[in-house]
Design a protein around this ligand. Structure first.
Ligand SMILES: Cc1cc2nc3c(=O)[nH]c(=O)nc-3n(C[C@H](O)[C@H](O)[C@H](O)COP(=O)(O)OP(=O)(O)OC[C@H]3O[C@@H](n4cnc5c(N)ncnc54)[C@H](O)[C@@H]3O)c2cc1C
Length: 498
């Protein structure tokens, strides 16, 4: 017989921890089972000789989502975590040699654009006003709530212009190109499609809300590095009474004998844990296509419906411990490639390590000296990489290629300054976190129906819920926190499949 008040959360990623906090506050007995030795999932960290490297997210957007998560469970975020705004939000290096510092705040951003590319400031104003209209409808209708017909009841006349913006035909790129003439600004705004692992030439234009969010609400970081966020959530969860067990891989979700509801999970050692509800924070696409939900007929139907999904992109991570500081770097930097079309062609169609990728470099010691030993600097380097089950050996030597690009590019990295290096390739994401095909954000948003096709938070069987980057509303820190909250609220309200 199942314990009627127990909820098991499979996976201690940020979405799972958020769900566990909300559920414990709502009076449930909550157990988080995490297969790895620490929680946080893709929000991960590695240290070496006084250097601290975040291995996953480095930019926190929409900090109010985080504050609301804490406030909703009666806690103060400030008691668990310090966050600070990062300026400039990003430093962009363009192939022809120019560079642009992107400030936070719409007005400051548009002014900076006008100085950088005279005549384009007004275009930036129009583009961000369109982004604001997108935000005003996507937040209440798509992000903070489950995607269902109930959403229509929230519709008010003031939402009309946002809905029209949302329905604007074409891709992100097409709408960007309709606003800007300067190819550098087109490349800059196209880049935001990669925030959910997609390509700008196919992702629906509504995703142009992403640059608006980052510019209007700013780019933030956590003191101590982004891993401090995972630590803060797990500490808050424990304070609320959640039991977190690590090194407990769950083999499968168990169902009642007539298969109409969940009744617990079976862990790898064969033991059974009973529960009234299960929240799958493990990658939803992996759960549907793998052993976790194998055998249940309704999961089979969901799996079939998603057979044609294209995975989002993966990433290749390279951490470099350097024996000096580089003054030309900001905390976040993008060194753009010369041919963005080729980058996405190699990423999504040719599925090969990118020949000359756009390179992202984060240097957290620029904001917080304690992230590296005195006079030294740690770089977290990230490039887009194809997801899928390709051969692992294609990544052999890729770190040398990236170091070569950094040496020859505007950052002028001297390879002899590298004291230590560490890499994580797409197959590592698959093996370490059970990420579906190594993709960082579940299915890509490369088609018009993408937002409607994500795995919903209420699962196909009573008591089964999904929270995390490949479930609704999507990947990225604020969205997975919202995903956890939505799934938990559904359980507390007794919604889902009856
Ligand atoms: C390199 C990189 C850079 C990123 N940059 C940013 C950024 O700058 N800003 C931003 O907002 N987002 C960024 N993201 C995205 C963000 O990190 C993720 O969307 C988010 O952390 C995912 O959270 P999640 O809740 O989906 O859980 P995940 O991180 O996917 O964690 C799921 C957990 O479930 C566990 N698990 C899986 N299967 C089982 C099982 N069978 N039993 C038990 N446990 C299991 C896994 O071990 C893992 O701990 C980045 C991601 C990566 C990888």
């Amino acid at each position: 017989m199942s314990n009627k008040r127990t909820v098991i959360v499979i996976g201690g990623g940020l979405g799972g921890l958020a769900a566990s906090m909300r559920l414990a506050h709502g009076g449930r007995e909550v157990v988080v089972l995490e297969k790895n030795s620490r929680v946080g999932g893709k929000c991960d960290q590695v240290s070496w000789e006084g250097f601290r490297f975040d291995l996953g997210p480095s930019v926190l957007t929409l900090p109010m989502v985080l504050d609301r998560l804490f406030a909703d469970v009666g806690l103060r975020r400030e008691d668990y975590l310090d966050i600070e705004r990062v300026e400039p939000g990003c430093r962009y290096f363009f192939p022809e040699g120019s560079r642009f510092d992107s400030p936070g705040g719409v007005e400051a951003f548009c002014e900076a654009v006008e100085n950088f590319a005279p005549g384009e400031g007004k275009a930036a104003e129009r583009f961000l006003a369109y982004g604001r209209r997108l935000w005003e409808v996507s937040e209440p209708f798509f992000l903070s709530n489950p995607l269902d017909w109930q959403a229509l009841r929230r519709f008010r006349p003031r939402h009309v212009s946002g809905m029209l913006a949302l329905m604007r035909p074409g891709s992100m790129h097409r709408v960007v190109r309709a606003h800007f003439r300067d190819p550098r600004l087109i490349q800059l705004f196209d880049r935001f499609a990669t925030y959910n692992g997609s390509e700008p030439y196919r992702t629906p234009s509504a995703f142009n809300v992403i640059p608006y969010v980052e510019i209007a609400f700013g780019s933030w970081r956590c003191r101590g590095g982004m891993y401090a966020l995972a630590e803060a959530l797990s500490r808050a969860a424990r304070d609320l009474g959640v039991r977190i067990e690590t090194e407990i891989p769950v083999r499968r979700v168990r169902f009642s004998s007539n298969e109409d509801r969940v009744d617990g999970v079976e862990v790898e050692d064969g033991s059974v844990r009973e529960a009234e509800s299960v929240v799958v924070n493990a990658d939803a696409m992996s759960a549907l296509t793998g052993e976790l939900l194998a055998g249940h007929p309704r999961a089979q139907a969901w799996r079939t419906a998603r057979q044609t999904e294209e995975p989002s992109s993966s990433g290749y991570v390279l951490c470099l411990a350097l024996n000096r500081r580089y003054s030309e770097l900001a905390p976040h930097n993008i060194v753009f490639c010369r041919d963005y079309r080729r980058e996405f062609d190699e990423l999504f169609r040719r599925k090969k390590p990118l020949t000359e990728p756009t390179v992202y470099v984060s240097a957290p010691a620029k904001c917080e000296a304690a992230m590296a030993p005195a006079g030294k600097e740690g770089w977290f380097v990230l490039v887009n990489a194809p997801s899928g089950g390709g051969a692992e050996n294609v990544w052999n030597g890729y770190d040398e290629q990236i170091i070569g690009l950094l040496r020859d590019g505007p950052l002028r990295l001297e390879p002899s300054n590298v004291l230590w290096r560490w890499t994580r390739a797409p197959h590592d994401f698959r093996q370490t976190f059970n990420a579906w095909k190594g993709a960082l954000y579940g299915a890509s948003s490369n088609r018009l129906s993408a937002a409607f096709r994500r795995v919903p938070n209420a699962g196909c069987v009573r008591g089964l819920h999904f929270a995390g980057g490949s479930a609704h509303p999507g990947g990225g820190i604020p969205l997975v926190l919202l995903s956890g909250t939505i799934a938990a609220n559904q359980i507390l309200a007794g919604c889902g499949i009856k």
